[in-house]
Design a protein. Structure first.
Length: 556
């Protein structure tokens, strides 16, 4: 009941958070004296407060003091004060039951909380005075806020998990029905593919058998004709030998006349017999087809299997943020395509099967849509004409200033036409690339896998045979060439950058004038099931004024 500073009966009792009581005037003067101190501390226990502590009224002491002052000479008033103090003391003792936690060292009620040590302390725990201490009831209020927040979060999470449970229950039927549908589709599609292969096998067998029958019949007919001719010639020789026995001139003349006329009327033209009849090419072609189908089917099935394995009942947030790059590329080093060779020896690009779009619906108009299927290409120096110069990064071609005489030119090179092929062959999807040309003119196109390179004939010229397609560019107009047929591009578009789109599965090659809105120059139909190589050409008579460059395109 005494102030901890003036040590007299409390006047206007106030209490600090540490629990010590002071007169309001005393503690106010103390605070004013410590105004320049960084932190205010209790004059009694030296507990430090980081902020200016709030002074609370000590209601019990205030009530007792008022009663004592009102009846200092009245025995009944003093009796009531004593009774009130006993009541308060009784309440304090009542609180000191086993259920109320006490400080194990000081046996005081734990009324404070040390935030730094995360433990409850009493007012006598001096080792915590320099720590951040708060009243236990205040800490409880903070904890109650956190508990309420956790409570709301838990209820919200329960609601979300109940929704997940509903979706999982729905997924049971979806998994069963969709997987069964996939199994049936797998059975049906592969059965149809097997049936299609069997029909194609039967058609090929029928063609081979019909040709066999035709050739055998032709050979038998030719054999009969040759035997008949031999027999006729033998009879003629016999008649001629009999003439030597005739002595009389007139008889000799008459006899020989019929033999000579008969011989002159005979067809003496001899048919050339093909001594190299063979169907070995069928075996090679079928082996090539088998490897191509196997590679294509394995790739497609592998991608489908990966997508099946990636199907999950629940997806974590990290998995949902993953980006899958669809382009799968298989590269091989050997670029020799002079003959029919197994496709496993070549460098090849495959497109992604994860996005199955009907080919008749894929008609992009904007350049960024074409860039999604862009494929990197590089020139193959081993196929370049000796007088063509290829850059170190194999992306630019010019006419060399040094003319090289054609001696010991490799069979892989073009020895007459100023042309070059790319290393990559394309099949099994959609491909897009761009070409920049400058100078007097250039030829840009594609060729089949078995395109010949040796010789000055049309069979080696880009666009001059059935095995190649090209766009011939000049400063005045553009032409397209195929099978030595020239078509003038009607659109009045002369552009230094040409875009080519090869849709292998749909069987289509398209040339575009490159801009934000692509302009279609011409579209060629292509036969399916073949490999194609990008090809380029420059005229040697154009001297040093023309070049071709393949720019690098970034997939959007």
């Amino acid at each position: 009941m005494k102030c901890c500073i003036c040590e007299v009966f409390l006047k206007q009792p106030t209490t600090l958070p540490c629990g010590h009581n002071f007169c309001l005037d005393c503690i106010t003067r103390e605070k004013e004296e410590m105004i320049y101190e960084e932190n205010f501390s209790c004059p009694k226990c030296s507990m430090t407060f980081e902020t200016n502590p709030e002074l609370t009224s000590y209601k019990t002491m205030k009530s007792v003091r008022s009663k004592v002052q009102c009846g200092s000479t009245d025995n009944s008033a003093q009796t009531s004060v004593v009774a009130e103090l006993k009541g308060k003391l009784g309440q304090t003792k009542a609180k000191e039951d086993p259920q109320v936690p006490l400080c194990p060292r000081h046996k005081k009620i734990l009324q404070l909380y040390c935030i730094e040590d995360k433990k409850c302390v009493c007012e006598e725990c001096t080792e915590h005075r320099s720590h951040d201490i708060t009243p236990a009831d205040k800490e409880r209020k903070e904890r109650e806020k956190k508990v309420e927040k956790i409570h709301r979060k838990a209820r919200r999470e329960i609601h979300e998990r109940e929704l997940i449970l509903q979706k999982i229950s729905q997924n049971f039927e979806n998994i069963k029905s969709s997987s069964q549908s996939a199994l049936e589709a797998n059975q049906i599609q592969f059965t149809e593919m097997i049936s299609s292969l069997e029909r194609m096998m039967e058609d090929l067998n029928k063609t081979i058998k019909e040709k066999k029958k035709e050739l055998l019949s032709q050979a038998q007919s030719e054999e009969r004709q040759q035997r008949s001719a031999i027999q006729s010639l033998q009879e003629t020789i016999t008649d001629l030998e009999s003439l030597s026995q005739i002595k009389e001139d007139i008889h000799y003349i008459k006899k020989s006349e019929s033999i000579i006329c008969r011989q002159e009327e005979r067809d003496t033209v001899l048919n050339h017999v093909n001594d190299n009849i063979s169907f070995e090419f069928v075996k090679k072609a079928l082996e090539h087809l088998k490897l191509a189908l196997k590679d294509e089917c394995e790739l497609a099935v592998d991608i489908i299997q990966d997508k099946v394995r990636n199907v999950q009942v629940v997806n974590s947030s990290q998995e949902m943020q993953k980006t899958i790059h669809p382009t799968t590329r298989l590269q091989r080093s050997n670029t020799d395509v002079s003959g029919l060779r197994p496709h496993t020896e070549r460098q090849r690009f495959y497109t992604d099967y994860s996005e199955i779009i009907p080919h008749n619906e894929w008609r992009p108009k904007r350049r960024q849509d074409f860039l999604k299927i862009a494929c990197p290409l590089t020139l193959d120096p081993n196929t370049a004409h000796p007088n063509l110069s290829i850059s170190d990064d194999n992306t630019k071609m010019t006419v060399s200033s040094i003319k090289i005489k054609k001696k010991n030119v490799s069979a892989q090179r073009f020895d007459s036409w100023a042309q070059v092929l790319c290393k990559e062959d394309l099949r099994g999807g959609r491909f897009y690339w761009e070409v920049e040309w400058s100078g007097m003119g250039a030829s840009i196109g594609v060729v089949r896998e078995d395109f010949p390179r040796n010789g000055a004939g049309l069979q080696c010229g880009l666009g001059r045979n059935p095995n190649s397609w090209c766009l011939q560019c000049s400063n005045t107009t553009h032409y397209v060439w195929h099978n030595n047929n020239q078509i003038v591009i009607p659109a009045k578009v002369v552009t230094p950058r040409i875009g080519l789109c090869l849709d292998h599965t749909a069987g289509r090659l398209e040339f575009y004038a490159v801009s934000d809105k692509m302009t279609l120059l011409y579209s060629f139909p292509l036969e399916k099931g073949r490999y194609f190589y990008p090809a380029f050409g420059l005229g040697l008579d154009l001297q040093l004024h023309s070049s071709i460059r393949i720019p690098r395109l970034e997939n959007s």
